[in-house]
Design a protein around this ligand. Structure first.
Ligand code: NAD
Length: 249
């Protein structure tokens, strides 16, 4: 068990990559707070973990709202007494073209994708600094590394990458590590509306990938586990592509 006696918060823990991550961290011994905008989904993740013999709490949160984020961390501390791992995973991907996206949608993307990392990190950092131990794993995207994605989402993800590097430099002296994962295409519910419009889209995208398939939530969860665990004790500020080789092309 790689995460015995650790407590982890996973945002967006009610679906896709967040759910797979919450389940894997719990299977490795962590007590997990699965936090999601949709309370029922957060509870479903927590119930699934409990049914497998793990320990988890489902919490409703809007990660773009400071008061809600602070309450999430307070609930984690009240329930489990500490926070050792934060996985900033919740996100939306709305709008596309800079010429058509409206201002409110732009702001919503930036708030849910980027501001959330600031809010959640600032809420847990004082506790991590005090206990001289912490691991923050942020989920960005290959879209944050290129000019090939939706503009607001991609710009926000690029911000997540830079914010991670700044946190790594600043808080390393307190033994708090911050790393960022850039997934390629992962088959999760975030694709559902596009799959409804174009059922073959993931098959076509798979052809772009050197490893010949799109990713699974578990592919990302395993990378999160590594970066959150002591196996990565001397790794901070890393940008890890989990992308089937896409960015090598
Ligand atoms: P998903 O839609 O399955 O899960 C995202 C979860 O975040 C949902 O449960 C949703 O309710 C929650 N969420 C949305 N807004 C929230 C808010 N304001 N507060 C709290 N929770 C909120 O998506 P996923 O594919 O599992 O995505 C997880 C992460 O991986 C995201 O950061 C996404 O940008 C990133 N990512 C996904 C892909 C992919 O192809 N699926 C690729 C690259 C990066």
């Amino acid at each position: 068990m790689k995460l015995e006696n650790r407590v982890a918060i996973v945002t967006g823990g009610g679906s896709g990559i967040g759910r797979a991550t919450a389940e894997l961290l719990a299977a490795e011994g962590a007590r997990v707070v699965a936090a999601d905008l949709h309370e029922a989904r957060a509870r479903e993740t927590a119930d699934g973990i409990t049914a497998q013999g793990g320990t988890a709490l489902g919490v409703q949160v809007d990660v773009s709202q400071a008061a809600a984020v602070d309450l999430m961390v307070t609930r984690a501390l009240d329930t489990f007494g500490q926070v050792d791992i934060l996985v900033n995973n919740a996100a939306i991907a709305e709008g596309d073209d800079i010429l058509t996206i409206d201002e409110a949608t732009w702001d919503r993307n930036l708030n849910v994708v980027l501001k959330s990392v600031y809010l959640c990190s600032r809420a847990v950092l004082p506790h991590m600094i005090r206990q001289r131990q912490g691991a923050i794993v942020n989920i960005a995207s290959v879209n944050g590394l290129t000019g090939l994605g939706e503009e607001a989402y991609s710009a926000a993800k690029a911000g997540v990458i830079n914010l991670t590097q700044n946190m790594a430099v600043k808080y390393g002296q307190h033994n708090v590590r911050a790393n960022v994962i850039c997934p390629g295409t992962i088959h999760t519910p975030i694709w559902q509306s596009r799959l409804d419009r174009d059922p073959q889209i993931l098959e076509r995208l798979a052809a772009w990938y050197p490893l010949g398939r799109v990713g699974r939530p578990e592919d990302v969860a395993k990378a999160v586990l590594f970066l959150a665990s002591d196996d990565a004790a001397w790794i901070t500020g890393a940008v890890l592509n989990v992308d089937g080789g896409l960015m090598a092309g």
